[in-house]
Design a protein. Structure first.
Lengths: 111, 114
């Protein structure tokens, strides 16, 4: 079974903090994704990586950066957390042109 | 600009009846479409997919239909069961201008009543 593991289920951070969300997959997938889910807006793509050290901006990259130093790990970084970044964050991985597998999600609250 | 749209935020269906969830897309370069199911506080799980070379794909109670000329796909669940109650997302990708990016719609919350 494919496993995508996100480091935390719930996080509470203060405004202005630098926040790291970690994601690890165990199936040697090329593609990895970070999405955020907000009510009425669905899943919006923040960043996408198709190989180690390769990344592409998604639809809402502002305020975020990513790091992919190893194939199995894709990190999302909130440079200076703000309250409008309170959301459910979802990591996923896939082979090229196949379904993506998701982690369990991280509920981030910025206070 | 929303490239993948699910215009019905919610749908309520009686147990045993058919559930039909709809999805529209605008980018004609999309050629691979997927449906996911999501329960609260969990990640989405893959349900079924369809390539643009087909117009129908079936897996048990789930069937996805693709109408390329209308840029429309639908998911049929027959018969619907209370355990199907969840949020359903459609997603699309296109190899030649999107790489492996997967673009999702807003989701439709399905409620199946006993």
């Amino acid at each position: 079974d494919v496993k995508v593991t996100q480091s935390s289920r719930y996080l509470v951070k203060r405004t202005g903090e630098k926040v790291f969300l970690e994601c690890v997959q165990d199936m040697d997938h090329e593609n990895m994704f970070w999405y955020r889910q907000d009510p009425g807006l669905g899943l919006r793509l923040i960043y996408f990586s198709y190989d180690v050290k390769m990344k592409e901006k998604g639809d809402i990259p502002e305020g975020y950066s990513v790091s992919r130093e190893k194939k199995e790990r894709f990190s999302l970084i909130l440079e200076s957390a703000s309250t409008n970044q309170t959301s459910m964050y979802l990591c996923a991985s896939s082979l090229l042109r196949t379904e993506a597998f998701f982690g369990q999600g991280t509920r981030l609250t910025v206070v | 600009d929303q490239q993948v749209k699910q215009n019905s935020p919610s749908l309520s269906v009686q147990e045993g009846r058919i559930s039909i969830l709809n999805c529209d897309y605008t980018n004609s370069m999309f050629d691979y479409f997927l449906w996911y199911k999501k329960y609260p506080a969990e990640g989405p799980t893959f349900l079924i997919s369809i390539s643009s070379i087909k117009d129908k794909n079936e897996d048990g109670r789930f069937t996805v239909f693709l109408n390329k000329s209308a840029k429309h796909l639908s998911l049929h669940i027959v018969p619907s069961q209370p355990g199907d109650s969840a949020v359903y997302f459609c997603a699309a990708s296109g190899l030649y201008n999107q790489g492996g990016k997967l673009i999702f719609g807003q989701g439709t919350e399905l409620s199946v009543k006993p």
